[in-house]
Write a protein that binds this ligand. Structure first.
Ligand SMILES: Nc1nc2c(c(=O)[nH]1)N[C@H]1C(S)=C(S)[C@@H](COP(=O)(O)O)O[C@H]1N2
Ligand SMILES: [Mo]
Length: 426
């Protein structure tokens, strides 16, 4: 029989526990207290209900849900942030997640007119404008094009927007939780555009949703023909209603507002819709009074998810696992550095799991906490060599009169009790 723990097959249960704990302590470079191995722990000696009685059968949960002990792992909103819950946002609980994939039920939601509930049998995608042949697709039509599966992050341009002027919200769920990362299944936008035949003058694509906000957004034809997808599934199942069921646009690496949900129309044009309709949204006002417009790419960014204000250090000194997420709209993450002292000294973090372009990356830094206060920071670098800036660098370049595209370095203060707070240091 295989022996994945590497322990001697004849080891007694107590020896097994000891060996297991020493093993993990050695990995983290410190000493893990052997509490679980101590004799007389009622969690070992007492017989529990679940040891004695059978549980529910296979038909009890036709669609499974997480353990009842994980009921705190949920999306959360900040009531004062938006005027009403219809045009609002909630946040991914990043501090509760592992790996790089966001479970469907925890993907943050941003919608401007609530969740459209659409019968897929009645859903249509229309292509019109500067095309040889205007077309209307049913969902069944779309599923006859070749499919692809791709893992991408989606980040709202306003993610971390409340943090521009200083530390605001106490938790990475709120400071950085307008991001999610799932595997999309769908068809290439290029294929359905080619079916309609884009005319040479067609340089922009207006994408429109079927919800009451319509959410018209323009995408340069170059990007549309590059890596955009029209997706009908996420993480192996149909899109969730919150994420645009039955159809959404996927615009890899670019700001979330372009990823039109409940996608119903694509209009090929020769200029961006933003120039036809008066809009001040999704532009970054600079101190000069000029605006940064068409800032589509979400630049390199990272955050330490554990420890963080919602995930304090509860185990005291010693072996500590620091973990976080990094991503870049420019491709893969090449390197993440971590500082325990507010950016004076940097240590290379370990990236673990798949490293996919325009997807979340998971990093770790294992260290021995001596119980003194820490100022935790992470700084990511992407494959194009872009390095995540400090918040001061960002403000020097763009002033304070904006909320979009804050990819600055986040600082968490850890006090000797392990309590963590959102702070800024300069
Ligand atoms: N039709 C439609 N598409 C939409 C929106 C919307 O309100 N309506 N919101 C946009 C914004 S601002 C963001 S950040 C993303 C959020 O995607 P999510 O809800 O899957 O997180 O959807 C975008 N697509
Ligand atoms: Mo957004």
């Amino acid at each position: 029989m295989s022996n994945p723990t590497g322990n001697r097959p004849d080891a007694s249960r107590r020896n097994f526990l000891k060996v297991g704990l020493i093993g993990s302590a050695a990995l983290a470079g410190g000493l893990v207290s052997g509490r679980a191995a101590a004799a007389g722990d009622p969690a070992i000696t007492e017989i529990k209900d679940w040891n004695r009685f059978s549980g529910e059968g296979v038909d009890a949960r036709p669609y499974g849900t997480p353990s009842e002990f994980e009921s705190g792992v949920v999306r959360r909103s900040v009531p004062w942030l938006t005027a009403d819950p219809i045009s609002s946002v909630n946040f991914t609980p990043l501090h509760e997640l592992e790996g790089i994939i966001t479970p469907n039920g925890l993907c943050f939601e941003r919608h401007h007119a609530g969740i459209a509930v659409i019968d897929p049998a009645e859903h249509r995608l229309m292509i019109n404008g500067l095309v040889e042949q205007p077309l209307v697709f049913t969902m069944a039509d779309l599923k006859r094009f070749p499919r692809e599966n791709r893992v991408y992050f989606l980040e709202c341009a306003a993610n971390s927007g409340m943090e521009w002027r200083g530390a605001q919200l106490n938790g990475c769920q709120y400071t950085h939780g307008m991001v999610h990362c799932v595997m999309y299944t769908g068809v290439r936008l290029k294929d359905i555009l080619n079916e309609a035949g884009v005319k040479p003058a067609g340089t922009w694509l207006l994408a429109e949703g079927a919800d009451a906000s319509a959410m018209g957004r323009s995408i340069p034809m170059e990007k549309a023909l590059d890596d955009c997808m029209v997706a009908f599934a996420m993480n192996g199942e149909a899109l969730r209603p919150e994420q645009g069921y039955p159809l959404r646009l996927v615009v890899p690496g670019w700001e979330g507002n372009m990823w039109i949900k409940w996608l119903r129309r694509l209009e090929v044009g020769d200029q961006p819709w933003q120039l036809r309709e008066e809009t001040s949204k999704y532009t970054d006002l600079l101190p000069s009074g000029k605006a940064r417009r068409f800032t589509f790419t979400m630049e390199v960014k990272s955050v330490i998810t554990n420890p963080s204000p919602q995930a304090p250090i509860v185990h005291g000194k010693g072996a500590t696992v620091l973990s976080g997420l990094a991503w870049s709209g420019n491709g893969t993450i090449k390197r993440v550095d971590v500082s325990l002292d507010g950016g004076r000294n940097w240590h290379a973090a370990r990236i673990d799991g798949p490293s996919l372009p325009r997807a979340l990356h998971r990093f770790y830094y294992e260290f021995d906490w001596d119980g003194s206060e820490l100022f935790l920071q992470s700084r990511a670098m992407d494959e194009q060599g872009y390095v995540q800036p400090t918040k001061d660098e960002l403000r020097a370049a763009r002033g304070e009169n904006t909320i979009y595209h804050n990819n600055g370095i986040q600082t968490w203060h850890v006090n000797p009790d392990g309590v963590v707070e959102n702070v800024e240091i300069s």
